[in-house]
Design a protein. Structure first.
Length: 184
């Protein structure tokens, strides 16, 4: 399935996706790791203005490495999404429609994705150099003092991911573990 995000995920797209679906994303992603998500959540809690509107946005949990000559961006592999758990609900409540990372979440996170009609998309860990090839443009748009953890705007073409938690709370990782346990 191809998913176009330009610059926000269409309202019905998150609802159409099901755990296990493969997607190829073309459009605009925001990047934010632990430090940036912490600042965004703190600003939301304080009622301060955000440096970017989060409504409908897709956040990729990545801290890209510097680009080498001739490259748009350096390695851009996903970080472990569960590290963002303290910030997940404030970001989803602010309108984030999808978060991209690697690995699974604690069980209660699926409930949060369902509550806010958002999805968790998993990217392949260890494939940062390959994922970087999907990036057509990159610019820092907030918190430049955070270096690689600053918020970037990435323009991507055919960025591969799969739906790990859908907007109904179905969790692909839990489903796979349950099937494995039943088969033992």
């Amino acid at each position: 399935m191809f998913l176009t995000i330009d610059p926000v995920l269409p309202d019905d797209a998150a609802e159409m996706l099901k755990a296990g679906d493969q997607v190829m994303i073309t459009g605009e992603l925001l990047t934010a790791r632990d430090a940036a998500c912490g600042r965004l959540a703190a600003a939301l809690k304080a009622g301060d203005p955000l440096p970017v509107d989060l409504a409908g946005r897709v956040i990729y949990a990545v801290g890209p490495t510097p680009a080498k000559p001739g490259q748009v961006i350096g390695s851009a592999g996903p970080t472990t999404a569960a590290r963002l758990l303290p910030y997940l609900e404030p970001l989803l409540k602010a309108g984030v429609k999808a978060l991209i990372g690697k690995g699974d979440w604690p069980p209660d996170a699926a409930t949060l994705f369902a509550r806010y009609g958002a999805v968790y998309l998993a990217a392949v860990g260890g494939a940062g150099a390959l994922i970087a090839r999907t990036v057509r443009a990159a610019e820092v748009i907030a918190y430049p003092d955070l270096g690689p953890e600053a918020v970037h705007r990435l323009s991507v073409e055919r960025f591969p991911a799969f739906v790990a938690v859908d907007a109904r709370g179905a969790d692909l990782y839990r489903q796979a573990r349950d099937r494995w346990r039943r088969g033992r």
